[in-house]
Design a protein around this ligand. Sequence first.
Ligand code: SGN
Ligand code: CA
Length: 522
Amino acid sequence: IKLLAIIAVVACTVACNTKAKEVEKPMRPNILFIMSDDHTTQAITAYGGIYDEYAQTPNIDRLAHEGMIMRNVFCTNGICGPSRASIITGKYSHINGYYKNEGGGHFNPDQWTFPEELHNNGYQTAMFGKWHLGSEPRGFDYYKYHEGAGQQGFYWNPVYNQNGETVTEKGYSTNLTTDFALQWLDQASKKDQPFCLLLQFKAPHRNWEPDTKYVDLWEDIEMPYPETYNDNYKGREKTAGDTDMTMDDFNRKDMKLTPPEELSGKELNRWYTFGNKRGDVVYLDQSLTPEQNRNKKYQIYIKDYLACVKSVDDNVGRVLNYLDKHGLAENTIVIYTSDQGFYLGEHGWFDKRFMYEESLRMPFLIRYPKLIKAGSENTDIITNIDFAPTIIDAAGIVKPDDVQGNSFLPNLTGNKADNWQTSMYYHYYEFPFWHHVQPHYGIRTDRYKLIHFYYNVDVWEFYDLQNDPHELNNLIDTPEYASLIDSLKNQLEEKRELYKNGKSLEELRAITDKDFGSIVGH
Ligand code: SGN
Ligand code: CA
């Protein structure tokens, strides 16, 4: 009822705009969309994880306590540019044209996006931090995004593109990006029109450089190892077992080792990455056993990652305090998410890309006191193409017909549509760089997952997430599941039809091979 009332107010505000102007101020909510890069749910205390005892995220958790935690929000193509393109368009990669980072890095700016829609509807719009879509942002009154390293940006003294102009700033990127966003908010919040602010941190992306004050935070502690840290990839040899994202691939740059002084740029790159040869392992110290070496690298990795998260959390706190202090908390929808999840040593990995749980799942916390009950939880199956329709719905705007996602605004008040999706479709294309993850597509229901890896292998995998939450037992050839697998294959085909991705394997491989024009320079 509350939702209907709000919709009625919004509808009236839009419809009676001319007449009602002097009587009532439009009640359209402000949107604060906070997205970090590669921040996974295992590193957010509200979701619960093995690091909770050591590394907490009290500010991000505030959104769960004062709003809703969503546990089944999934990415449709688990890497940066593609996820971001899906988020702003509400469409799958094969429709918005942004399939890959490598050789795929130019977003067609002429297409519909939610920030531009809000802008056209009287919102003040701005974007800060990581953009990573190659083309210039459209539909923003103001933007300041990371340049350098193929738009990955730098942790320290970052270079930004500020409304088309290159500027270098001094300091730590997570803090700086927040400073700039708050400066913009200072003037935007004084105006009558609502605002939509996209605050998109570079952290905690590779190579995980913490702020100086957090560098030695857990020096004397040995962080716990995830249960699947020693995965032997049995039954998944050609997929999970054939990557470049294990601790062996954790390089000298990741370890923050100091290079010899006399190296040229090219040599330095080689020194950092071991010349990118598959199977090379570099030792931190020759006296270590392979296992000690691996564990020591993992400790560096997890501590640096969690320290980067700490700065993200601090800055989320700064922003939430700002809203409180300026009386903006009531009428602002605050979202915290990340472009995908990440492996924190699960299956022995860092990075993402796979349709396995840790990287498929996106954190998603949302606070909007007018609509969402404090401390609530949701487990509906939602994907990143549903973000755009939901955000514009909250602003009282009807989505264009060709937007593929659906608004989950009703789900936030327990009014989920009867025909809400009970499964989701995933498709990843980039290969072999980075990390040698075979292109694959698949379907996930609330209990099962079916995946087809197809680039230069032909492997199907099937998991029962209830009995095997860590996805260690590929049951594709288990007779008891044969009919269930058949039915899932049909459902997967239906999804591909629904989303208009009926391409042949040959056509799909051609997409992986095609260079769409790149912003590389990693
Ligand atoms: C860089 C990283 C990769 C990472 C990609 C994509 N290498 O290339 O490890 O997978 O970005 O990340 S690095 O040595 O340059 O750090 S994404 O978040 O942009 O998708
Ligand atoms: Ca990312």
